[in-house]
Design a protein around this ligand. Sequence first.
Ligand code: AMP
Length: 310
Amino acid sequence: MNQSSVLIVGSVAYDDLEMPSGTFENVVGGAATYASIAASLFCPVRLVGVIGEDFPNVVIDDLVKRGVDTAGLERAKGKTFRWRGRYSKDLTSRETLDTQLNVFADFRPKIPEAFKSSPYVLLGNIHPALQLEVLAQIHKPKLVVADTMNFWITGEPKLLGEVMKKVDLLVINDEEARELTGIHNLVKAAQDIRKRGPSRLIVKRGEHGALYFDDAGTFYAPAYPLEDVVDPTGAGDSFAGGLMGYITRLDSLEHPAMRKAIYFGSALGSFCVEGIGPRRLLEVTQGDLKKRIEQFLSLVETGGPVGLPL
Ligand code: AMP
C-alpha cells in the first residue's frame, strides 16, 4: 500500500528572535518549515511556499533528505519573508516587532499537478486569500486543516470566515478562539466556531495543553511539563505538523485517531521549544518520540480504575 502524503502550505521564513538569553538573527523559520519538519517524522510531505534569493540551498537539501518534496517551493526574486519577535522574560508571551512580507507580498500559490490529489492538507498560517487559492486548486481531500493567528483574525475577518466554511478542522490558540468569537468561555466559543464551518476544532492552550471538539465529544490532552523552555517559536506549527503527519500515516479520521494525533502534535510542540528555532526539532528520533509519548501518557495514568473509596 502506498503511504499517503500530506500537503503543507505556509510561510518559510527568516526569523530574528529577541530572547531573554540573547538575540538570535537569521534563524530559519516559518510555519510551513516547522510543520514540514514535524510531519516528516510520520509520512511524506509536499511543501508549498515561497523563498527569496537569499535562502540557503542547504536547508532545502536537508528537508528533501527528510522526505519533503519541495517541488512546490518557489524561489522568487527578492528577499525571504522575515519576522522579528521579542519574548517576555518568562517566555509565555511575545510581541511581533516586525513582519516583512518580501517575496510573500506577490506570492500566488501554484500547486504542482502531482500534489493536487493529496488526501491530507494543512493550510499553515498565511493570508486567508492564499489559503482560499490553495483550496480552489486541490481535489477533494479527506481532511483539510487550517491554522491561523490574530493577525488575520483582526485583519481579514471576512476572508477568514470564507476559509472556515471550507475547512474540516481549525487549529487555533485560546486567545484566538476568544478573539474570533468574542466569547470568553472556551466551550461556548468552540460551539460558535464549529457552527461557522469546521466540524472539528482544536484549541491550543500553550503550557496548559489542548482541547479537541468534534461530534463525538470533547477531549483534553496535557502539555508536557518541561524544565527548560528555550524558544517557543514554531511550537504551534510543530503541533499542527505532528498532528497532521500522524493522521496521514494512520489514514483515519475516527475520534480515537484524532485523540492520539493530539498527543503526537503535543510531543512535537514540546521538542520544538527545547532549542532555538527548529534546531531541536530537526534532531528528534523515533526513539525520542516514543519516549516522550510514554512520558505524556504517564502524566495522566492513575495506576488503576478511578472510583470513589466506598
Ligand atoms: P508559531 O510560534 O507557531 O506561532 O510560529 C512562528 C512562525 O510563524 C515563525 O517562524 C514566523 O516566521 C511565522 N510567522 C509569523 N508571523 C507570520 C505571518 N503573519 N504570516 C505567516 N507566518 C508568520
